[in-house]
Structures are given as C-alpha cells and as structure tokens.
Design a protein around this ligand. Sequence first.
Ligand SMILES: NC(=O)C1=CN([C@@H]2O[C@H](COP(=O)(O)OP(=O)(O)OC[C@H]3O[C@@H](n4cnc5c(N)ncnc54)[C@H](O)[C@@H]3O)[C@@H](O)[C@H]2O)C=CC1
Ligand SMILES: O=C(O)C(=O)Cc1ccc(O)cc1
Length: 305
Amino acid sequence: MSVIYQRVALIGLGLIASSMAHAMRRGGLVGEIVGTARSAETRDIAREVGFCDRIVDTAAEAAEGADLVVLAVPVGAMGAVAQEIGPVLKAGATVTDVGSVKRAVIDAVAPHLPAGVHFIPGHPLAGTEHSGPRSGFAELYDNRWCILVPNGAEEVATQRLCSLWQSMGANVEMMDADHHDLVLAVTSHAPHLIAYTMVGVADDLGRVTDTEVINYSAAGFRDFTRIAASDPTMWRDVFLTNKDATLEILGRFTEELFALQRAIRTGDGDHLFDYFTRTRAIRRGIIEAGQDTDAPDFGRSVKHD
Ligand SMILES: NC(=O)C1=CN([C@@H]2O[C@H](COP(=O)(O)OP(=O)(O)OC[C@H]3O[C@@H](n4cnc5c(N)ncnc54)[C@H](O)[C@@H]3O)[C@@H](O)[C@H]2O)C=CC1
Ligand SMILES: O=C(O)C(=O)Cc1ccc(O)cc1
C-alpha cells in the first residue's frame, strides 16, 4: 500500500492511538509517526513498546509539521489539547479525533483551529476494556466501523482520512455529529451505564460473594463485568459530554423497565412474552441483515414450542 500521510502526530498514547500506530505500520500507510502523552511514564512505556518513530514531550512539538494530527485523549481533554496545538499547525494539515462523543468535541476543538486546517472528527467503533500504550494491537479496527463527521471539510481531505481508516481495516460511514451522539447513546453509552449499574448492584448485595459472582456468571453478566472494567476517566467524560442524548435514552429505558417490573409484579405473562418476542425479532433482523459478524447462528429456523 502507498503512503497516505507523510507525518502523523498521535496526541495521547493509549489503546486507540497505539492500535492506530500498529495498524498504520502494518500497512505501511504513513511516513513517520510522532507521538506524545501527558505523563512521562506513558511516554517511556510507548518508547519501550516502540510503536512510534519519535516520542516528544509536548502536544505542540508533536503537531508541528504534521500532515495528520490525531487527538486520542479523553473527550474532556480535547479542547485543551486543541488550544495548545492550534498555533503550530501547518497550513493544509488535517486534524481528527477518536472521541466517543462528537458534538462536544467539535464545540471544544473547532474554535482553536486556524483557517486552512481541515478538521474532520472521527470515532472508531472498536475498543476493549483495556487502556494505555501496552494495550493496542494492529487488528483492532479490522472489519469494524469508523464514523467520520465531515463537518464541512473539503472533500479531498475527507477522502484521504477515509482511505487511511479503510487501509487500517475499518469500514467508514459518514454521519452528522448530533445523529452520531444519539445512535451511540443507544448502542454504547446507555448500555455501558447499565453494565456499570448491574455490577455495582451485585457488589452491593452482601449475600452474594465475589467468588459466586465470578463462578456463576452467565455470559451476559460476564460481559457486564468486562465492560464495567473500562477506563473511569474516559467514561466519566462520555456521560458529561453526551448528557442530553444519554438522559433521553435512559428516560425511555426507565419507563420500559418500570412497565416490565409491573408485569412481573402483577403476573402479566402476556406483556413479558410479547416484549421478549419483539426484542428477539430485532436481534434476528440484525443478524439476517448480515450486520453482526460475531454472532453465532443459534439455529434460527428451529422452532422451540
Ligand atoms: N477505549 C475504547 O474502547 C474506545 C475509546 N475511544 C475514545 O478514544 C479516546 C482515547 O481512549 P483510549 O485510547 O481508550 O484511552 P487511554 O486511557 O488508553 O489513553 C488515553 C491517553 O490520553 C492521555 N491523557 C489522559 N488525560 C489527558 C489530558 N487531560 N491531557 C492530555 N492527555 C491526556 C493519557 O495519558 C493516554 O495517553 C477517548 O476519547 C475515547 O472516548 C473511542 C473508541 C473506543
Ligand atoms: O469494549 C467494548 O465492548 C466497547 O464497547 C468498546 C468501545 C468503547 C467506546 C467506544 O466509543 C467504542 C467502542
């Protein structure tokens, strides 16, 4: 594959940035990767792991002369980083981010970027519960989605970033920032909050021991505990910055939960059965549309009654 950007600056060297570096190197997609992180410890680990060509001490040093600058810090830190790098950005450079929320990042970053710089926010829909510079791997984005928000940027610059993500293995979708935040509130942010809550509830239940929680976890709860092990700073920032969409979804969730709670209390089996039939059809619809490549086929055509 040919080189898409000559010099890339990674600001923040955690799971997402280090995975990008591994994937960019795998494909020979960039000339040089310059990285920086806030703490000296993270910079030292990144040097040791060796996924960047150069590690520098500040975001401004990294961004100077870069053709692509990737902001890969928690959402709440994006504005301060943009303020630091704004004055040194090269004319014609592209700035992107990988934050889990888009509207708040645009509001925080855009005012600090000079004219002549292309700002194209992004969000790879791929991750794990692990964080830091040791956690990245080249395959993270293979066959996963990456959403880009063109945000009025020039078509040529958007296509170039799109081809970088595609060459890192991802499928790219263009989306408006507000729509992104609503979709992600439903598919990622609210589910994470529910996982956090459920694990908290299990922990509060003194009559259930930690060993029992581990030994008798069915797959669903095991996934909740995995998700609830995700980085606290990152998720605090997600909820603080995607407040409206998350509260809207949680409001609807609570209403439905109360209705199910009432059905259980009053013994309304029809309500429970109809609800579960509807949700099963949604899941099967997703699989039949070929959208869930990880999903095993549990014998869709088999009737169990
Ligand atoms: N972890 C995941 O599964 C996914 C995360 N994201 C987004 O990617 C971004 C980065 O997440 P990860 O790589 O998982 O995080 P991480 O915790 O692995 O790495 C974050 C990096 O940002 C630096 N950092 C933290 N606070 C900072 C601050 N105030 N100023 C400057 N640098 C700071 C850290 O030193 C570290 O190098 C976040 O915005 C997150 O919302 C997007 C998709 C998936
Ligand atoms: O680990 C998981 O199950 C995830 O859901 C990863 C993830 C976390 C945050 C994102 O914005 C995108 C993907």
